[in-house]
Structures are given as structure tokens and as C-alpha cells.
Write a protein of this length. Sequence first.
Length: 139
Amino acid sequence: MTMIAPRLDAAEQKRDALQATRRGFLGRCPQCGVGRLFGRFLKVEPRCAECGEEFHHHRADDLPSYLVILIVGHIAVGGGGFAETEADWPLWLHIALWPTLALVLSIALIQPVKGAIVGLQWSLRMHGFGRRSAGADGS
């Protein structure tokens, strides 16, 4: 027995994952690209002020943190290992540089990565983003 997928109108069929992820990374609404995605540093707005798309049901959870740890870890550990083998830096420079770099990169990347995850979820219609919302039908 085959399942018949519900027909979606043209506006609902096309959701460009790359564009939505990029808009989320920049802190913008993944649907319209104009409205702000974040109300505070890591607090996602309940809905877009421009187009009305709802965001309250997103589930970014811990994935942004894991991705930031992965990115920053590769940079800090890789950079530290490279500097240790290829440069003759004093120990105090390593102690000052690598933890500071890791902290700055972590703070700088956490919001854009979370926005990208929310944008990707929106484009894939995950966690309630597939339902018709006020922004989807213009009402």
C-alpha cells in the first residue's frame, strides 16, 4: 500500500535550505530574510515581526553547542599543535593565546550557528515548521 503525500501549493514546496541556513546564520528570518531571528543573545523570537512566521516550536537544543565545540576545538587544538611543532613560542604565549581564542570564538559562533540550525529546521519543515502559519498564507 502506498501513501499519497498531501499536495502543497507552490509557496510551500520551495524552501531553499542553503538560503534559509544562511539567513539564520546572519540572525534573520529564514522565510523572509528581513525580520530578526533573535530577541536576545540566544533567545529566538516567538515569531517574525515582518512576515509572521512562527519560531516558537524550533528545537535547536544542544546541537549548536556541539558544533561550536567541534569547530573551536579543531582550530584551538590544531593551531596549538601546529604552533608547538613549527614555532618556538614561549609557554606563557600558549597559555594566554589558546584559551582566549577558544573563548572568543565560542562566543562569536554560538548565535550564528544556532540561527543556522533554526533556518535548516525551517527549510526541512522539522518540529512544526511544516504546518501552515500566519506567514505562509498571508493571513
